[in-house]
Design a protein around this ligand. Structure first.
Ligand code: TRP
Length: 376
């Protein structure tokens, strides 16, 4: 019995992700490379350990990561860039790549430029005002800081508030990209507002900002979910024309939502765990999550469950069970029917509660230091 029947067509673009995502197919469609064992070894050597998101293949694809590591090994300047579209509160799915970015920042002692696209989210959401998106920008920055990034080496750019840091460079980018390219890459149509047409130039710009500020060419790596890839395809086309390196990328999978299918999404709050959820509320969401269990306990004990379709198992896999042995044991118990969903959910709910209590403490403390993180 599979819960994931009724297949919807896969759509992955910066402004929409739906259907069952086939990551192997995305590598083909987007023309990226899988992250090989050899690359994992090199990352491990520099970081001292393999991050859970590497060993579980959550970061699964890349462009030019080998080159970026070559540059680092040759002691050339390297940097990091990632970002967030502040359209609401942050959920666990957003945190995944930020935790990973912190790992890279520590491993490579690199400066991180972090773009908050409070302009983009205002332009594409009919129901959001600039007050809303800049408000979320501020609140989401607290989440970023709570991930443990280094204040000395992290530069948060609110497009709306800090555009003067980007604009000169954005104009240079914009002049090299035609409307027909943007229309084709992003699927824009004549009825879209004109604000969004220029926006891709704004998102490309932080790829080069370190080079300009440091007055030397910096090799930049972008760790991010794979839906952002179209921006980087565009950016890579024009980078060398401006005298910069093409940005390298590492692409992550999406954290599934707690519902029957699809990625965690802020538009389905009952299936997403927000960092600002009261821990009890989050625990309740886990207790009603979609699992790979059987309709009755008797059937479960007899036939076992199916972790491959279970969101509770997915949360352990992505985030909450770092110990490989314990994860394998959980999978075995589930398939054997010796653990039932209620107990499994309760265990996860407990971990999520503890995580949130700790995270929320850090998040509140971040209010005192948030100004140190904005670009100067
Ligand atoms: N467009 C992204 C979003 O909607 C935000 C973003 C800007 C971003 N620059 C980035 C994401 C770089 C990843 C990497 O979420």
């Amino acid at each position: 019995m599979s819960g994931r029947d009724l297949k919807e067509e896969m759509v992955v673009t910066p402004w929409r992700v739906s259907g069952e995502v086939d990551y192997g197919k995305l590598i083909e469609q987007f023309g990226t490379q899988p992250i090989t064992e050899e690359l994992l070894k090199r990352l491990k050597k520099h970081a001292g350990y393999l991050h859970i998101q590497l060993k579980r293949q959550i970061f699964f694809s890349h462009r030019d990561l080998d080159w970026w590591l070559d540059m680092y090994e040759a002691e050339k300047p390297v940097g990091l860039y990632t970002g967030r579209g502040p359209s609401g509160p942050v959920h666990l799915g957003h945190l995944l790549p930020w935790f990973f970015t912190k790992y890279l920042q520590d491993a490579f002692n690199a400066h991180l430029y972090f773009q908050m696209t409070d302009d983009e989210k205002f332009l594409i959401h009919d129901n959001l005002t600039l007050e809303d998106t800049t408000g979320y920008m501020y609140e989401n920055t607290l989440d970023l800081i709570a991930c443990g990034l280094d204040a000395e080496k992290t530069h948060v750019i609110s497009d709306v508030n800090h555009i003067s840091h980007l604009y000169r460079l954005s104009l240079q980018v914009g002049k090299l990209v035609t409307y027909s390219t943007i229309k084709a890459i992003f699927g824009l149509s004549d009825s879209d507002n004109i604000g969004i047409i220029f926006f891709p130039a704004i998102q490309a710009t932080p790829c080069f900002i370190q080079s300009v500020r440091e007055k030397r060419n910096v090799a930049v790596l972008i760790p991010a979910a794979i839906d952002q890839d179209p921006y980087w395809r565009m950016t890579r086309d024009i980078a060398e024309k401006l005298g910069f390196y093409k940005p390298a990328q590492m692409h992550a999978k999406f954290l599934p939502g707690l519902g029957r299918r699809g990625k965690m999404s802020a538009s389905m709050p009952e299936t997403a765990i927000f960092t600002v959820d009261p821990p009890e509320v989050a625990a309740k969401k886990i207790m009603t999550a979609y699992t790979g269990g059987r309709p009755t306990v008797r059937e479960q004990k007899e036939h076992g469950g199916d972790p491959s379709i279970c969101t509770v198992y997915a949360y352990c896999y992505y985030l909450f069970e770092e110990d490989d042995k314990k994860l394998t044991e959980l999978e075995r118990e589930c398939r054997a029917g010796t653990i039932i969903c209620g107990d499994c959910k309760a265990r996860l709910a407990e971990k999520v509660k503890r995580f949130l209590i700790e995270f929320q403490e850090k998040r509140e403390k971040a209010r005192d230091i948030v100004d140190q993180f904005f670009i100067k």
